[in-house]
Design a protein around this ligand. Sequence first.
Ligand code: ADP
Length: 301
Amino acid sequence: MLKVRSLHKTYGDLEVVRGVSFEVAAGECYGLLGPNGAGKTTTLRCCLGLTAPDSGEIVLGALPVPARAREARAHIGVVPQFDNLDPDFTVRENLRMYGRYFGMSRAQVEARVPWLLEYAGLIDKADAPIDALSGGMKRRLTIARALVNDPRVLFLDEPTTGLDPQARHVVWQRLKRLLGEGRTIILTTHFMDEAQRLCDRVAIMDHGVFLAEAPPHDLIEREIEPVVIEVYGDGVGAWFDAHAQRLATRAELSGDTAFCYCQDPQPLLATLAGETELRVLRRAANLEDVFLKLTGRDLRD
Ligand code: ADP
């Protein structure tokens, strides 16, 4: 569905995409992860023909981009990071307008609207103004709107940013339904649990290059020890210096929390038995551990 080869893009003196290559197969959910400024949005904009790359090859749904981007986009749905619904119109009218914008006939759009309303879970709100919708409803409508042309591929930029946990779960269900229908999804997200849950494969990007690309569980197995012990509370620094670096395979002190990555956590846990001031969390390694290992803990923005 998407092939990208040696993509480069420079803004002024800054090369923000530095030779990125990847492919996304039909029916796959592919996640692009990375700290702010990593180059994710620029990469996706190049794939959609919205930003011209300096060099590289992009083929979207068998069509070269940017040369035939307009035709390629006819089979693509795009969900922007921020809902840009028209507040002057109702839910139904927003869907209609978008269909017309895609060049669909009035009859084609009308035939599609009931399915889109059902997909968004907004049948009861069809004639409500946009301002009457909750954040989760707006997000679902924006996703439904991107499906007006029945696209085979959907690009989503941070689909659940700003949503409460209930609304995020509903969006995940909706996206899984699209994957179940055989559609392809390419998304960016800052939520590692979202990526781990939805994506068949993820790429972790920083400073314009891919640092790793694999199914989430393969990355976790490859990069991180299986057990993570988090320790926090008064005196964690002294405990860290005395035990963590010696007994964990890898250990980091970040603020007042020690992150200890272990093959066998027992020797480390034994040193915590009498430490009543310290709190201990034992958990399995996850994608966020991989992300932080590869991109570091320093703030970006
Ligand atoms: P991400 O989506 O990973 O946060 P972006 O692709 O948005 O990263 O940005 C990568 C870098 O490119 C950033 O340093 C950003 O400031 C810069 N950048 C993005 N778009 C432009 C633009 N239109 N003009 C100049 N610099 C840009």
